[in-house]
Design a protein around this ligand. Sequence first.
Ligand SMILES: NC(=O)c1ccc[n+]([C@@H]2O[C@H](COP(=O)([O-])OP(=O)(O)OC[C@H]3O[C@@H](n4cnc5c(N)ncnc54)[C@H](OP(=O)(O)O)[C@@H]3O)[C@@H](O)[C@H]2O)c1
Length: 361
Amino acid sequence: MSPQQKALILPEKRGDFEVGSRRIPSPGAGQLLVKVQSAALNPIDYKIKDTGAVVTHYPAVLGMDIAGVVEALGEGVQNFRKGDRFFTRFAPVCIGSTLVYRLAHGKRNNDFTAFQQYTLTVASFTAKIPSNESFDSAATIPTGLDTALVGLYGNHYGAGITPPWTKSAAIHESKKPIAILGGSSSVGSYAIQLARLSQFYPIITTASPRNEELVRDYGATHFFDRNLSGKQLLAAIRKVTRGPIRVVYDAISLPETQSVGWELLADNGTLVLTLPASVEEHEGKGRKTIQTFGNPHTPENEELGRNSWARVEKWLSDGTIQPNYYEVLPNGLEGIIGGLERMRLGQVSGTKLVAHPQETQ
Ligand SMILES: NC(=O)c1ccc[n+]([C@@H]2O[C@H](COP(=O)([O-])OP(=O)(O)OC[C@H]3O[C@@H](n4cnc5c(N)ncnc54)[C@H](OP(=O)(O)O)[C@@H]3O)[C@@H](O)[C@H]2O)c1
């Protein structure tokens, strides 16, 4: 019998999660087998469970963000050794912006997800964890950072800003204003940090007052209470800058945040959204919305993904990028069930929830 592991399994569409057993996959060419030490939770995980969206085949194992150690290397993998500490992102096959949860690299996609004790990844979108960071803090990074990156710098799924590692980047964005709605969310927190790296100024954000210090620490220069009415927010934000705000990144993308973002936006500006648009681009003025798709594994994002993943280890070591604060859930994989419910209820604030699959009873 092939070696078995514990996994958090969603047996059917809109079903209930249960901890079960499945075989440990073996890595193919260019792949790594990871012993998962920390798996981070994302809103998409509870949305898949609630709506049945995205996943086409069941039983399914979910989870996007993975930190662990290399357990085994597939053929042709260089730059990694057994025991290396690293983090990575679920590597699905994508068709356009649709994740195909069925087959990846000749294997079922369930072999590549986070909510299990062992998983596979492709070596190209990985980064080693610097000694100053833990598995838990590293697990908070992949989806949030990728989504912020693609939304800002992507030409297809983003505002097309010149990336900060390009020589001419500073000339493009220095001292230009940006608004990031939802700065204490995971995506928003990384968008703020990248905006700082790109030398935007001022960096305007919204969050709950308890998270003001947190978002300022990430690099926001102006904070506004997200509980203000749309009208109040617009009035307050407009006092900060006379410069046209040509990029608004709405990390939350609820109808009410989208209307604020759309109203703030200058002519010819881009409103980057993490969810489908609810505002209509009918008014002219050259403004547009773009729904980002933060996955580096889709062809449109691949080059950007390679460039950024190659820099993440250094960004972490030198403090350019600060991981999210995290809370470790109890009871290994079982703890994910309650964690996703808290996320669904909006009870998680300025924090990423992580689980330790190896602690599963
Ligand atoms: N398109 C893509 O590729 C992609 C990728 C990743 C995520 N997403 C989506 O992006 C959204 C954010 O994901 P995430 O992981 O960053 O979420 P998250 O970290 O779980 O979001 C929690 C945060 O949202 C903030 N928030 C909630 N309502 C808000 C509002 N009206 N104004 C300002 N802040 C508000 C809360 O702030 P306070 O506690 O400070 O109030 C809280 O800190 C989700 O809908 C997710 O599904 C899309």
